[in-house]
Write a protein that binds this ligand. Structure first.
Ligand code: NAD
Length: 328
């Protein structure tokens, strides 16, 4: 089936081509999908999207006019697609519900360790020849309380890692994972209790109506003053204005972000010579205790292979006029 792959990057074209084995007549564009680029999909039966794309109601109507029937997402999250609207237009959408959860869980850990042991500052001091240690004191993670928001595939992988560090595990989820609870000695609790008691909070739930701005000034106020807050899930789960206020008031020890509420116009492209008119982002980047990566948590070889295999499998099933198991 003729497929247009939007938002292609140097890192994912090869894995998609390898998985397709010549099928689906893949055409690649580095343009992201929006109302002005929807016309590129004219006469393509399927399109493949990434988190930098935006398939809202208006864009879906345009795609429908261009006869697009299938949308294969190259991500777990599907907050950038209006699923109800797609259904009403008869456009099928499938995500990649599972690929290496370790990729994201290990990246959350990477942010945590780098912040806790002040690796960025330490590397800077090393480069300029300042070998004093006075600014580099961290804390043992062993024995600390780790709060995990969302204990699905990624949250569970993160919980296992932190269990291995000898941490206490608190979790908040709308569905409790009994097996994980007994295997790891993890306790579920309310969001308030978790915020008040965790030394580290790591976010692993999806972005939806219930989780949008789940972390806001009120929740930041409840947290311990020495908390390390990590978000590798979706930027919109955190109210960025409130996060900045909490940072300015020294309410948080350190913050690690792989996602940012307004990342779409910024991430995944070379903006070295482009002026970024986003004061919130520039402010966030200016804090020495904030470490930001550009939505790279998924970026391991294993995850890229897993994503590509599932995307092609979804297209294969649709081509056979079957439902994909991953249809949303
Ligand atoms: P999952 O569906 O396996 O787990 C999500 C968990 O969140 C579930 O246990 C669910 O019950 C819980 N949840 C849902 N609503 C909640 C709420 N209101 N409050 C608390 N918990 C709630 O998904 P996953 O594979 O673990 O992925 C989690 C999220 O990570 C994705 O939705 C995606 O946004 C994000 N993600 C980010 C990257 C990245 O590169 N940064 C990569 C993959 C996924």
């Amino acid at each position: 089936m003729k497929t247009l792959v939007y938002s292609i990057h140097g890192f994912d074209q090869a894995s998609l081509e390898k998985a397709a084995k010549g099928k689906h007549n893949l055409t690649f564009t580095d343009q992201s999908l929006n109302a002005s680029t929807a016309s590129l999909a004219n006469d393509f039966e399927a399109i493949a999207l990434f988190t930098s794309d935006m398939a809202n109601g208006k864009v879906l109507e345009l795609l429908h006019d261009y006869h697009v029937k299938y949308i294969a997402l190259r991500s777990v999250g599907y907050d950038y697609v209006d699923i109800a609207k797609a259904k009403s237009l008869g456009i099928k959408v499938a995500n990649v519900p599972a690929y290496s959860p370790y990729a994201i869980a290990e990246h959350a850990l990477t942010l945590l360790l780098a912040l806790n042991r002040k690796l960025i500052l330490s590397q800077y001091l090393m480069r300029i020849g300042d070998y004093r240690l006075d600014q580099l004191i961290g804390s043992d993670l062993h024995g600390k309380t780790i709060g995990i928001i969302g204990t699905g595939k990624i949250g569970a992988a993160f919980a296992s890692i932190m269990n291995g560090f000898g941490c206490e595990l608190l979790a908040y989820d709308v569905i409790q994972n009994e097996a994980l609870q007994s295997k790891l000695n993890l306790s579920y609790c309310s969001l308030d209790y978790l915020c008040k008691n965790a030394d580290v909070i790591s976010v692993h739930c999806p972005l939806n109506k219930a989780t949008q701005h789940l972390f806001n000034y009120h929740t930041f106020l409840m947290m311990k003053k020495n908390v390390i807050f990590i978000n590798t899930a979706r930027g919109g789960i955190v109210n960025t204005v409130d996060l900045i206020k909490a940072l300015e008031e020294n309410r948080l020890h350190a913050v690690g972000l792989d996602v940012y509420e307004f990342e779409k116009p910024i991430f995944f492209k070379n903006n070295m010579t482009v002026k970024i008119y986003d004061d919130l982002f520039l402010k966030l980047k200016s804090f020495s205790n904030v470490l930001i990566t550009g939505h790279q948590a998924f970026l391991t070889n294993e995850a890229l292979e897993g994503i590509a295999a599932t995307v092609i499998n979804n297209l294969d099933e649709w081509q056979k006029n079957k439902q994909s198991l991953n249809d949303l």
